[in-house]
Write a protein that binds this ligand. Sequence first.
Ligand code: BGC
Length: 467
Amino acid sequence: MRRHGRRMKALLGGCLALLMVGCGLAPQVAVRLHALASVKTQAVNGRSTPFMWGVSTAGYQYEGQENKSQWAQWDAALKTEERRGNADDGYALYAEDMDLAKGMGCNAYRTSIEWARIEPEEGQFDQAAIEHYRSVLTAMRARGLTPVVTLMHFAYPAWLDRYGGWQSAKAVDAYAQYVDRVTREFGGLIDWYLTFNEPGVFISSGWLLGNYPPGHQHDLIGASLVLKNLLAAHVKAYGIIHRNDPVAYVSSNQACADFTFGSDAVKADGMPAASSDPTSSDAFLEGVLAKRHGRSAQGLAMPFLDYIAIDYYTRLNLSLPLNLPPDWGWPVYPQGFYDELVKYHQRTGLPVLVAENGMATMDGDPRADGWTREAYIAAHVEQMQRAIQDGVPVLGYMHWSITDNYEWGSYHPRFGLFSVDCRHNDQRRVPTPAVDVYRSIIASGGVTREVASRVTYPAGYEPLVHP
Ligand code: BGC
């Protein structure tokens, strides 16, 4: 139950103040789409980069056994619905999953480096963990998978909590030291960095809802401190990463959703009001954008974002009383993905990476609304193609997730292209029908008539591409 409102509330903060009627976008009618094959590269920072087709995962949810993070301690204190246990055993089985990604035709792979493994005790860096991640990154490179690396995906070393965790400015310096070490170690292996995964969700879940550690509810003072420190840490990390690895691209991925109030015709846009609410999904991005014309001590431009990354899953209706859907009931609304791609590009002027996009089922059961994972992927990739056709420079698409994994407190929501029965520690990777569809999308450079012929959409859904 506690999990149900997570994303909705996480995204909610700044948007109640604003109503935007319509958004001037074309109605969802069948249009001719250019396959992405014609958009094989995009430019970022003046350099050309291949379009990235990938999958996305995160250490804490995937790797299993680790007891040094604040999340592991939260779990050990029985604050979650289910224990995490060994998750996907990804710490051991990562190469197998990279083979699966490669087998789908992916050329990119997003995962996180876990700070709590790299620095399990304050100031003590674990060389074995460093070598482990070197092997992970080398294994990606060997398979032609471009690493996209999140430096903090919600979990951090529990020792930081002795100082007040992210409420303390100590976190800024500690994170900077960790980033300095990681980028000195792995600079040659990583080009794409994400400093923080969904800062808005991190803050709202930990300091508004209390369903993530540290479990504070309605703590706006705490949330403001965390926001301030995350922003300072991001700015510092940006400088450190570019100093250690001048060719890197740095960003932070933002959770977004398509919001409505009541009727579908009334859209809400949470962006401008965000800065007044530290728990809103956009407060972090607002903060970074406000600093973007800074300069380094050497006078170099410091935009603090080289690209913008978004995570899009759903449409949320904010009518009161709020009726919060569980993850496996998040409404599927592909058109909103187009809208968000356009919006984030227009707002930042930057190329956009889709760091996450995916759909949950409840324990792998068919969804009541008839959406399957393969239909979800096809419907969203179509909208991405439409955005590209309309001029949004999209850098890549990372599907969440390669495997079912630990969904921050429970194994019920399943997002995997490959099913894994983590709950019973059965580590077999079982392909879902979405695997073949994703493979053919990648091979065709997008949804084509041939791809569309393999997909059954829920009754009443009108796709952009017909067989
Ligand atoms: C997070 C993932 C999570 C996914 C599905 C995002 O909030 O980055 O960790 O599993 O969405 O809820």
